[in-house]
Design a binder for this molecule. Structure first.
Ligand SMILES: [Zn+2]
Length: 314
């Protein structure tokens, strides 16, 4: 695990040392695209989240060398899993009002577990609601599918849906696992077979992680939270699939609100902290709220920068 936090001491724009962004020995490589990754925003009325999200977007949008694309890793809102409709509506309204006001960069999104509506409501009270489950979040985020891919500036981007329902009436909080459903796994294999472009994969839940071992809390029923909620449980299958596709360079995620950088079989796995920190009251464990800026190069190399945007001047 490696932590790099850049404290802002001057103009935000001067903090991205472009001339240093090309790794040593890579002086011929040309940058293809600069992206920003935001994740785990958890916006909702009644706390500092709207101001905080605004500040994160102001930071990204004020960079003179501005990202062309924002990848949003999900958990956009505070919580929809067991929240009544009016509250969830207010959370999404706040999400849109801050984005409208503070951002003019295109955003591509993934779904987070807290964006899912009604799964943890007792007795399935919302099950027949047309917005139940992922439908509401898909509508709000302008997503026509739960998972998809696209090409931009020579790179291939894959956005996964990590959120898998495993009904457990005894303890609804255990009713969730990080994994792809079978249909999505087949789609992913096919998608990867059809591109040779350097590829970046976005998921809400980390596919591979070490720092999840430091994340523990008890559920309402007194269970220690299981790994199935913290990382992908199908990481072995994904590793075996990824092995066949050397074009995969980078996998980015959030969910843990912790930062880590792992390289395994030549693929870099970044867990890029959170915008919210510990539910907007400070750092989560050792990790301040951050935004991540990533440069993707034509030759498939990548370089990321983690910024504590809360300390940006403004
Ligand atoms: Zn999450």
């Amino acid at each position: 695990m490696k932590r790099r936090t850049f404290l802002t001491t001057g103009l935000a724009a001067s903090l991205l040392p472009d001339h240093q962004a090309i790794p040593q020995g890579n002086t011929q490589a040309k940058r293809a695209i600069r992206i920003a990754h935001i994740t785990d925003i958890h916006i909702g009325p009644g706390n500092r989240s709207a101001q905080g999200f605004a500040k994160a977007l102001q930071f990204i949008n004020s960079l003179s060398d501005k990202p062309e694309l924002i990848l949003n890793g999900g958990d956009c809102i505070l919580n929809a899993l067991e929240t009544d409709k009016a509250d969830v509506k207010a959370q999404w309204q706040l999400w849109h009002s801050v984005l409208r006001q503070e951002n003019n960069i295109p955003v591509m999104s993934a779904i987070g577990n807290h964006d899912v509506f009604g799964w943890f409501m007792p007795n399935d009270t919302l099950k027949n609601d047309p917005l139940y489950g992922k439908k509401w979040a898909l509508d709000e985020l302008g997503m026509s599918e739960r998972y998809y891919s696209f090409d931009r500036q020579g790179w291939h981007f894959i956005v996964l849906d990590s959120i898998y329902q495993t009904p457990n009436p005894a303890d609804p909080e255990l009713g969730l696992a990080g994994r792809l459903d079978d249909q999505q796994m087949r789609w992913l294999a096919n998608d990867l077979a059809n591109t040779t472009r350097p590829t970046c994969i976005l998921s809400h839940i980390p596919i591979l992680s070490a720092c999840y071992q430091f994340f523990r809390f008890e559920t309402r029923a007194g269970n220690q939270i299981p790994a199935s909620l913290l990382t992908h449980t199908d990481s072995l299958e994904l590793k075996n699939l990824f092995k066949q596709h050397s074009q995969i360079k980078l996998c980015i995620s959030g969910h843990l609100h912790m930062q880590e950088e792992l390289t395994y079989l030549s693929i870099k796995y970044l867990c890029n902290g959170s915008i919210a920190g510990r539910r907007w009251i400070g750092p989560f464990q050792e990790f301040e709220p951050i935004v991540t800026i990533i440069d993707l190069y034509e030759d498939g190399r990548t370089q990321h920068y983690w910024y504590d945007y809360t300390k940006a001047p403004r």
